[in-house]
Design a protein. Structure first.
Length: 120
């Protein structure tokens, strides 16, 4: 039996990451990084771009990404390091809406291919 991807959503107003119903608190910077990456799935963002978008020094980006991966747990692999490029968000495998009760919402404002997001 194939394992379903964990259900995940971002509550940016409260700086909370919900992973399978468990609340994971995020710092303001971690929330910004997660929002910036997940808003542009499959797009490589350089350290300079991420630093600028998230009000963080370019040199601190790898440390912030490392901390964010630790908090993502099973979803840490969603943040991909691109050699000489930067970082990219690769969403977990998502079931088509209506086919499974284990839909994963990546971000309330983001739509990924084959996913219909419920209205906010």
């Amino acid at each position: 039996m194939e394992e379903s991807p964990p259900a995940v959503s971002i509550l940016s107003d409260r700086r909370i990451l919900l992973v399978e119903g468990a609340e994971v608190p995020l710092t303001r910077t971690q929330c910004r990084f997660l929002g910036a990456l997940s808003a542009r799935p499959f797009v490589v963002l350089s350290r300079a771009e991420l630093g600028c978008m998230c009000a963080a020094a370019e040199g601190s980006v790898p440390a912030h990404v490392k901390d964010l991966r630790r908090k993502l747990g099973k979803l840490a692999s969603c943040i991909v390091t691109v050699h000489n490029g930067g970082y990219s968000w690769r969403p977990p495998a998502v079931q088509r809406a209506g086919r499974s009760s284990t839909e994963a919402a990546i971000c309330r404002d983001v739509q990924t291919p084959d996913v219909e997001m419920p209205p906010s």
